[in-house]
Design a protein around this ligand. Structure first.
Ligand code: HEC
Ligand code: HEC
Ligand code: HEC
Ligand code: HEC
Ligand code: HEC
Ligand code: HEC
Ligand code: HEC
Length: 383
């Protein structure tokens, strides 16, 4: 065998598993030939002289030779790495002797003798490594299924389930598929069917800090937010029905569109039509109903006394996604009170906007604030 000395003890031999090549040419003809000889010998003479395996013809090394010469010679055309590459890394046959987890099996030779963590590079199981690999390769999950099984429960070539304890399970140790919506982004140990938990943090690239664009103000917009109604994912994104739905996956940044009803709510009796948009270079959204692109006309109001102008309008703010709480401070989306509204002290707002704010200007029911409805005098009605 001519394995270069420095490779023999190499701690890691990284293996790329997405090569597309031709048919495999792996032979075990030595063993086939030997079996045939044994069969022929026993047919000719039922009391064979063969006593032990040591009596079989041996390779020059003195051991039973299962693989052809060249199998360990990196320069040979039938070097095992080359043969495997050409078979698109079909390891089924190897597994029959080297075991499904390549720890040796009946052959007694573990692939990890030379390839640490075969068939993955060292540390592939870490929470950043294989997610990053998958993102870089645009999620070739078929590859993983080939060895880890069609449902990732083990089988195929590797009897290693992705859903074993400590890996893809939720906080209650219930298995969840690596394709669950909160695996690649969101709260990894939340239950598989909890869609809200699919929002970052964590982001695709494993960020958890709200100053990272992939994290930003997600939590402030969801049930966990403090001042406003929970915003659905579909207000800002096209939510994929399935993992491989068109538009999902692909390269970052994520697409932000406002195709639902709240961000583009028409107000002012049809005069204020927001055209919301998101700028992925400045990370700012603009012209959303939510951040103050709205108006009410005095002419059609049943409470004209509250107007000091012909219209009352919001501030039409353009907050930055990573701007933190300053980007949505009280007064940014609409004045306190709004422009065109009778100037009144904050301590009075709760007197008329009953159940929305208290007399300290604190929001007391966030489901009534930013809900697309006028809430005043204990009533709720459309703009
Ligand atoms: C005696 C040491 C040794 C053992 C044992 C061994 N290999 Fe290798 N293998 C090597 C060397 C050396 C290379 C060449 C590495 C390189 O070119 O970087 C290699 C390369 C490979 C490659 C090609 C890598 C590539 O990037 O294309 C594959 C696949 C491979 N081995 C699979 C296996 C499997 C499967 C087993 C167990 C059934 C195994 N090897 C056992 C030494 C070994
Ligand atoms: C029929 C059983 C059998 C099959 C199938 C088999 N092997 Fe082996 N393999 C062995 C045995 C036994 C040895 C140890 C004796 C030897 O080196 O020939 C071995 C040795 C090796 C070695 C050399 C290890 C060393 O340290 O010398 C490599 C590399 C290897 N096998 C890779 C593979 C790969 C890759 C496959 C699938 C393409 C495969 N084997 C399929 C039985 C098998
Ligand atoms: C060629 C077969 C094969 C393919 C393809 C394959 N795996 Fe594996 N995988 C294995 C085997 C075998 C092990 C166990 C290795 C070990 O225990 O060191 C393993 C282990 C792992 C581990 C655990 C590693 C650890 O350190 O605990 C992860 C994570 C993993 N694979 C992810 C993937 C992903 C993601 C893909 C698809 C990109 C994939 N695998 C494709 C065979 C494969
Ligand atoms: C208020 C609008 C808004 C809502 C609601 C929202 N997102 Fe986002 N989302 C964004 C913005 C803005 C980005 C960052 C885009 C960029 O990087 O420029 C983003 C990015 C993402 C990303 C990519 C993360 C990364 O690593 O870059 C994912 C995944 C995502 N959102 C999922 C969700 C899910 C799931 C929900 C619902 C549970 C949701 N979002 C709700 C605005 C929103
Ligand atoms: C295998 C990893 C993976 C899984 C599983 C996954 N996503 Fe994503 N998701 C991504 C990536 C990568 C992006 C960012 C891609 C982009 O920018 O186009 C993303 C982006 C998103 C976004 C932001 C909008 C967009 O398409 O950019 C939403 C919403 C989203 N995913 C929802 C889901 C839902 C719902 C599921 C479950 C059906 C799911 N994701 C499962 C990887 C995943
Ligand atoms: C993110 C933008 C935003 C911020 C920040 C914001 N508001 Fe509002 N607010 C709205 C919108 C949009 C409306 C219009 C009505 C609706 O959709 O609930 C509104 C309406 C109101 C109303 C009228 C009652 C109602 O809900 O119809 C009061 C009172 C009010 N806000 C007080 C406050 C106070 C006090 C603060 C600071 C603690 C604040 N707002 C911060 C967006 C905001
Ligand atoms: C005397 C009663 C009264 C007080 C006090 C009052 N408002 Fe209003 N406000 C109204 C009425 C009535 C409307 C609705 C006008 C309409 O529907 O045509 C309104 C409308 C609004 C709107 C826009 C429509 C909506 O409901 O979202 C906002 C925002 C608002 N007020 C905020 C405030 C804030 C902030 C304060 C405290 C600084 C305040 N208001 C104090 C009576 C009051």
């Amino acid at each position: 065998m001519r394995v270069p000395e420095e490779l023999k003890d190499r701690s890691s031999v990284a293996i790329v598993i997405n090569e597309q090549k031709t048919m495999r040419t792996y032979h075990i003809h030595t063993i086939v030939l030997l079996t045939a000889l044994v069969v022929i010998a026993s047919l000719l003479n039922s009391c064979s002289d063969l006593k032990s395996v040591q009596d079989l013809p041996t390779a020059s090394s003195g051991k039973l030779q299962v693989h052809d010469a060249g199998w360990l010679d990196t320069a040979a055309s039938n070097f095992h790495g080359v043969v495997l590459k050409h078979s698109q890394y079909n390891l089924n046959e190897c597994a029959t002797c080297h075991s499904k987890q390549f720890t040796g099996g009946t052959s007694g030779v573990a692939c990890s003798k030379c390839h640490q963590d075969y068939p993955h590079p060292t540390g592939f199981g870490a929470s950043t490594s294989h997610p990053q690999y998958l993102y870089n390769q645009n999620y070739p999950l078929g590859q993983c299924k080939a060895c880890h099984g069609a449902t990732y429960a083990g089988g195929g070539d590797a009897n290693l389930s992705c859903m074993r304890s400590g890996c893809h399970v939720d906080a209650n140790n219930v298995s969840k598929s690596p394709e669950a919506c909160n695996v690649c982004h969101g709260i990894f140990n939340a239950a598989a069917n909890d869609l809200v938990s699919a929002a970052p943090p964590k982001s695709i690239l494993n960020n958890t800090d709200p100053t990272a664009r992939g994290v930003g103000a997600h939590q402030k917009h969801l049930v966990t937010g403090t001042n406003g109604k929970a915003v659905k994912c579909q207000e800002c994104h096209t939510v994929p029905a399935q993992l491989f739905s068109p538009g999902h996956l692909g390269t970052l940044p994520a697409e932000v569109v406002f195709n639902d009803t709240l961000a583009r709510l028409t107000t002012g009796g049809g005069t204020a039509v927001p055209k919301p948009s998101y700028d992925p270079s400045t990370l700012k959204c603009s012209n959303t109903y939510c951040h103050g692109n709205w108006g009410i006309r005095k002419a059609t109001s049943s409470s004209q006394f509250i107007f000091v102008d012909s219209v009352m309008v919001g501030a039409n703010d353009s907050p930055a996604w990573t701007g933190g709480s300053a980007a949505a401070a009280c007064g940014t989306c609409h004045g306190i009170p709004p422009k065109g509204h009778l100037a009144l002290a904050v301590s009075s707002c709760g007197t008329c906007h009953i159940g929305v704010v208290d007399n300290n200007g604190k929001i007391v029911d966030k489901t009534k604030h930013g809900n697309g409805k006028i809430n005043v005098f204990g009533q709720e009605y459309a703009f």
